[in-house]
Write a protein that binds this ligand. Structure first.
Ligand code: S3P
Length: 171
């Protein structure tokens, strides 16, 4: 499998709560590739959490940093990279990913997403009166773009390792 992939990275895209970080980490272990998480890299670079970056500098600033971090990671050795849910929406980032990596959309529905993000207060985009409505609208706007990923894997309530195996089979 690694030979078929050549020197390409694997980039997981999709909504928050789809399992990009969890699946990505396990997929990396299975493929013996390093794992990278764009959100974590941004937090480390700024010595701030994502909600703090949003609050102090605003979303456009975060998006620029996110694009730079992903570009830098993709310049390096092949990795499995989990991206934040909005990263793939930027055309420049999509083009880079297309150039350097195989992309996998971890596709999750609103119910799964809500279940997974309920436990976490660290998504600034969900600090609204109506998080379900917000997620539905984001999903509707983003799905046509996520759809252009190379591979699509359904993220649902089955053991993580099963999703990982489906990714490997699809690669
Ligand atoms: C965002 C998703 C988050 C994080 C930021 C914005 C989004 O990443 O980048 O809160 O726009 O969907 P996860 O998808 O890892 O939660």
């Amino acid at each position: 499998i690694t030979s078929a992939l050549g020197r390409r990275s694997i980039v997981l895209v999709g909504m928050m709560g789809a399992g990009k970080s969890t699946i990505g980490r396990r997929l990396a272990a299975r493929l013996q590739l390093p794992f990278s998480d764009a959100d974590t890299e941004i937090e480390t670079a700024h010595r701030m959490t994502i909600p703090e970056i949003f609050q102090n500098y605003g979303e456009p600033y975060f998006r620029d940093g996110e694009a730079r971090v992903i570009a830098r990671i993709l310049e390096g050795r092949p990795v499995v990279l989990a991206t934040g849910g909005g990263a793939f929406m930027r055309e420049e980032t999509r083009n880079r990913i297309r150039d350097k990596a195989v992309s996998i959309w971890l596709k999750a529905d609103v119910d799964i997403i809500m279940k997974r993000v309920k436990r976490r207060a660290d998504r600034p985009l969900l600090q609204t009166e109506d998080p379900v409505g917000t997620v539905s609208r984001l999903l509707e706007a983003r799905e046509p773009v996520y759809q252009t990923a190379d591979l699509i894997i359904l993220s649902r309530d089955v053991p993580h390792d099963r999703i990982v195996e489906e990714c490997i089979d699809a690669l």
